[in-house]
Design a protein around this ligand. Sequence first.
Ligand code: PAF
Length: 285
Amino acid sequence: MQTLHSLDPLRRAVAGLRESGKIALVPTMGALHEGHLTLVREARKRADHVVVSIFVNPLQFGANEDLDKYPRQLERDSALLAAEGVALLWAPTVEAMYPQGFASNISVSGVSDGLCGASRPGHFDGVATVVCKLFNQVLPDVALFGEKDWQQLAVIRRMTRDLDLTRPHVDAVLGVATVREEDGLAKSSRNAYLSQEQRAQAVTLPTAMKAAIAAIESGEPVAAALAGLDSALLDGGFSSVDYAELRDADALTLLEKRGEAPMRLLVAARIGTTRLIDNMPVAPK
Ligand code: PAF
C-alpha cells in the first residue's frame, strides 16, 4: 500500500491505478473501527482499486468541538488498511488540502438544516467542501459512506447531484448499512465512552426505535409514536433526546404523517455526556 501526503503525487498515482481498473474511494477521518473496515470490504467488491483518505478536516469542527483532541493514529490505521488490501492511502496535510489563501465553501441548504445541523452550525458545509475536494482529487468511480451518518450521506448526494459531479456520479455514492452490536446498538467509537451501566441502557435506543417504527407502520399517528419513543428513551436511562423525527429519506423534509416515498426515523439522544445517533428505514404506505 502506497501512502501519499501531497496532491501532485496523488494525482499521478490515481491516474496510474485508473489505467488498470475502477477506483473506489472511502473517505475517513482515521481512528478506524469495524464500521470503516466494512466500508473498505464493500469497496473492494465494487472496484479494482481502493483508495482510503484519512484527513481530520478542520472545516467541519465547531469552535466548541476539540479538533486538537480528535484521535490521530496514522501508523495503526495504515496497518489495518494494508491488511485489507487497500491500494493507496491518501493522508493529505492540512496545507495540501487548504493551501494558504483557500477561501471557498460549499453549502448545501435544506438537507443540512435541522437534525445534527441544528446543533453543529457549519458542520455540513465543512463536510461538503472537503468531500467535493476529495472527489475532485481522486476522481473515484464509486465512493462509500456509512448510513449511520444518514444526514451526511444526504448532503453528499445532494451536492453530487447539484454540482454535476460525474466522478463519482450521484448513483455511485453508496451508503453502506450500519454495523450493529449483537444487541442492536449501532457500532460507534462513542460507545467506548459509556460506562457498563450506560452501555446496558443504550440498547433502549434501537429497541425503542423499532417499536416506534412498528407503531407508525401499523397506522398509529406519527406524533404519538414519537412521543412513545421519547418516553421509552428517558425511562430507559437516557438523559435527554436531541431529536426524534420522521423524515423523507432523500430530501430529509420533516414528515408529520407516514408517506408514500421512502422514509427514515432519525434520533439523537444523550446518556450522560455521550451523544448517540441512529436511523432506521420506515416502510412507505
Ligand atoms: O464521516 C466522516 O468521517 C467525515 O465526515 C468525512 C466524510 C470523512 C468528511 O471529513
